[in-house]
Structures are given as structure tokens and as C-alpha cells.
Design a binder for this molecule. Structure first.
Ligand code: AMP
Ligand code: MG
Length: 435
């Protein structure tokens, strides 16, 4: 399939992603030795600075996985003598946090609750619903189907002492934070948060809260982007709307380069844009203006801005100039900026860097021409026992934020793919896994 001539100068999404990876690699925070110690409740979304070695066994002792009765499971290997089942004498009770300290003898069982330490002399728990009890006599029917060792959790089966519990580069989610707590840790060493400067330009933009003005629109991109950055755990410095004057823009960009790891703007970077941002960036050098073969999105400015002297040699900020159209800005962020920021944050978890791609059956035909990657907004319906179905929104204008808000997924139509017929299988990205 030959891409149309008009797209020949455009870069494919994969090419842009590869260039960004190469650009970000030397800037990644893993190389910068300034980890921070945070209390667990502050650590959500942050990236682990070092391998975390377990200081203890989790669980710390063999314990019951069910409420029931503990005994030596050896007897289960022989057929019960009376044909109807097995029988024990119950000699005590163990509760979670209150162990029974004796040793079980042959023919004895212990009432035991979930999480309680297994007593000496027992390796098996019979769930209480399988048993019957009369006074101190416990019975288990011959057909209970229980094996020796059943319903017992072994010490260290979750994590053994000395084992790597979480590798460096893990981004801490709720389960990771809980895991750290289960190891008895109250704080954790994480890499510093990325500092991101955010601003917008454009004579048409109004700040929310201001009265409407003919010909003007409210600046939504800064709010979407700020929210996306907050989800990633970035420290955001929102400079608001900068006056669209070359001197102001240049001074602000230089200052931002001294303060930030990353600078993100939206709008003003497409060819023929009347804003000054593009010409100022061009003048400041080291910025590429790409046209990406994708929809929504297309213009993308990327480059390195050196910090003002005297810091200049040491620091430079990575700049992203995103398209102005709200959906294009958001999709460009998800496809290009997010993975780059994760890389800069020192995150090395493949699950985060490559969000899962699902297969689903398209309920509608989708127009698509080969030669660009398209990300139509869609709704994914899950169905038990069969492939999910995906319905692409009727309106796909790159300015229509309401359609983005109403979507739970983006269909991913690869660069070389042609149109989709109703009933065809397509790749789908779940928005929840991206934001
Ligand atoms: P541009 O990329 O500057 O040509 O802008 C493309 C479209 O996006 C225009 O309709 C702009 O008005 C709109 N736009 C630019 N910046 C923003 C913003 N921060 N919030 C909402 N819309 C914007
Ligand atoms: Mg503009």
C-alpha cells in the first residue's frame, strides 16, 4: 500500500516515538542521584529509586487460610478406619494474633481462624463448612476431598526474606504501597517528581472565570494537561496564558528551562499559525517542528531548551509543543508525552510504558486511509465469554472535547491499515490504562 503523496513528508507515529525515546534516554532521572524518602501515604505514583529487598518473610509464619480446624494431615492419606470419616478431639482455639502455644498430638485438632498461626503438630486446615462437631468431637466425612497441607499458607510464600520485593523503576500503585506496608516499612526511597512547566498562548484564549468575549474561547487544554500531569504524579508549575509577544515568550521559555525538567505548551505550532510561539521557538534553536502522520493530532514541536546562563551547561528542559485542538492535544499527550515523561521519571515497568492493547469487534465501519495512525474515540462494551465490541463515536472532530469525555477507549488503527468493515476485529486502548 502506497501512502498518498501528501503524507510523504510526515513522520509515522512509531518514528516519533523512537526519536523521543532516544532524546529522553540521557535525561532520565535514574541517572540523577537525588532520591527522596517519602512516607508511604505520599509515595503513590512515584518511582522506586532502588531495588527493594524484603527484610522479612511475608507472611511471617505458617497460618490458616480459612476458618476451620487444624490437625496433622498425615491421617488423610489413609482411608478412615470407621468408613464414615475421620474424628479428632478439639483441644483449644487459635485466633489471628492469639496463637495456641501447645503441640497437637495424634487424634487432636485445634479450632483455628483465618490468619491464626498454625500450631506445632498441624499442617492442614479443614474448612468449618466441611466439618461437624459435637462437644469436643470433630468429624470430617470420608468424601471431604481434603489433602494434607490444605488451606495452610506457608511462611514467606508471598515474599521470602532477602528476595527482591519490587525492582528499581517500579511506579508505586496501591498494591505496591500495601506491599511495602506488609514488609513493615513506613517510608520508601523514590526518585524525584518531574517538574513540568505548563502554559498556553493564543489571542483567542480566555481564562475560565472571565466573561465571554466575541471570537474568544476558553483555554481548556491547560486544564486537561494539568489533570493528566497530576495523574502522573508530576509537579506542575502552571504559568497560565502568556502574552503572545515575542519578548515575553522568549524570556518565559528561558526562565522555565532553568526551573523545569519539561515544558509543555499547546497551540501555535502548526504551519501558518499566526501566534508568535512557533517563530520564537524556531529562533531559540534545537526545536524540531514535526508533522506526524496521525489523527487526531499532527503538528508537534519537540526539542531541548537550555537553561539561561550560568546554569546553561548543566541543565536543559525538554519541550513539547502540542497541537491546539483539544482532542489532538490530549491524544498527542497520551501517545507521545506520557511515555516520555514516564521514561524521564525513571519508570521501567513495561506494563506502564506499553499499555495493554485489547482486541474487539467493531460495531461500525470506520473510514481510514493507509499512511497514518488513527485513534478514533470509542466506547468499549465487554461481554462475558466473547470478544468485546467497540463502537466508534459518530463525530471525530479534533476540537470536540465532549466526545473525548464520553469515550472509554481509543481504537488504534495502525499506520498501514485501510478502512474497517462492521464486524472486523480492531485494536483498542482503554483510556483508563492511559490516564
Ligand atoms: P492552533 O494549533 O494554535 O492553530 O490551534 C488550533 C485550534 O485549537 C484553534 O481552534 C484554537 O483556538 C484551539 N486552541 C488552541 N489553544 C487552545 C487551548 N489552550 N484550549 C482550547 N483550545 C485551544
Ligand atoms: Mg493558534
Amino acid at each position: 500500500m502506497t501512502p498518498p503523496a501528501a503524507a510523504a513528508a510526515d513522520l509515522a507515529v512509531a518514528q516519533v516515538q523512537a526519536r523521543l525515546q532516544a532524546l529522553a534516554a540521557p535525561l532520565a532521572l535514574t541517572g540523577r542521584a537525588r532520591p527522596q524518602t517519602l512516607a508511604l501515604h505520599e509515595a503513590l505514583g512515584r518511582v522506586l529509586a532502588q531495588d527493594l529487598i524484603s527484610p522479612l518473610d511475608v507472611p511471617p509464619h505458617d497460618n490458616a487460610a480459612m476458618d476451620g480446624y487444624a490437625f496433622d494431615g498425615q491421617v488423610l492419606q489413609d482411608t478412615p478406619t470407621d468408613g464414615r470419616g475421620w474424628q479428632w478431639q478439639v483441644v483449644g482455639t487459635a485466633l489471628a494474633g492469639r496463637p495456641w502455644t501447645g503441640t497437637l498430638q495424634a487424634g487432636q485438632a485445634l479450632r483455628i481462624m483465618t490468619g491464626a498461626v498454625m500450631p506445632a503438630g498441624a499442617d492442614t486446615v479443614a474448612p468449618q463448612e466441611l466439618c461437624s462437631r459435637e462437644g469436643d468431637t470433630l468429624r470430617l466425612p470420608a468424601d471431604a476431598g481434603l489433602r494434607p497441607g490444605a488451606h495452610r499458607r506457608l511462611a514467606g510464600e508471598d515474599l521470602a526474606v532477602g528476595q527482591c520485593a519490587l525492582p528499581a523503576g517500579t511506579r508505586l500503585g496501591p498494591a505496591a504501597v500495601g506491599l511495602l506496608a506488609s514488609l513493615g516499612l513506613a517510608s520508601v526511597e523514590v526518585l524525584p517528581a518531574l517538574r513540568v512547566v505548563l502554559f498556553s498562548t493564543g489571542d483567542e484564549l480566555l481564562e475560565p472565570g472571565q466573561p465571554p468575549r466575541p471570537g474568544a474561547i476558553y483555554d481548556s487544554n491547560r486544564y486537561t494537561l494539568r489533570a493528566l500531569l497530576a495523574r502522573l504524579g508530576c509537579e506542575v508549575l502552571d504559568l497560565g496564558q502568556l502574552a503572545d509577544q515575542p519578548n515575553v515568550l522568549e524570556a518565559s521559555l528561558r526562565q522555565a528551562a532553568g526551573q523545569a525538567d519539561v515544558i509543555i505548551t499547546s497551540g501555535g505550532v502548526s504551519q501558518g499559525d499566526a501566534d508568535h510561539l512557533r517563530s520564537v521557538l524556531q529562533r531559540m534553536g534545537q526545536i524540531d517542528f514535526w508533522r506526524v502522520a496521525m489523527r487526531p493530532g499532527r503538528p508537534l514541536a519537540v526539542g531541548l531548551l537550555p537553561a539561561p546562563a550560568p546554569e546553561a551547561a548543566a541543565r536543559q528542559a525538554l519541550l513539547f509543543g502540542l497541537p491546539g485542538n483539544p482532542v489532538a492535544a490530549m491524544v498527542s499527550f497520551l501517545v507521545f508525552v506520557r511515555p516520555t515523561l514516564l521514561q524521564l521519571m525513571g519508570c521501567s515497568a513495561p506494563a506502564e510504558l506499553q499499555p495493554p492493547v485489547l482486541r474487539a469487534r467493531s460495531l461500525n465501519p470506520i473510514r481510514k486511509r493507509p499512511g497514518r495512525t488513527e485513534y478514533p474515540r470509542a466506547w468499549l462494551h465487554a461481554h462475558p465469554g466473547r470478544l468485546p465490541e467497540v463502537q466508534v463515536a459518530a463525530e471525530q472532530g479534533s476540537g470536540l472535547l465532549s466526545g473525548m469525555q464520553a469515550a472509554n477507549a481509543l481504537v488504534l488503527l495502525p499506520h498501514d491499515a485501510g478502512p474497517v468493515e462492521a464486524g472486523d476485529e480492531v485494536d483498542v486502548l482503554l483510556l483508563d490504562s492511559l490516564i
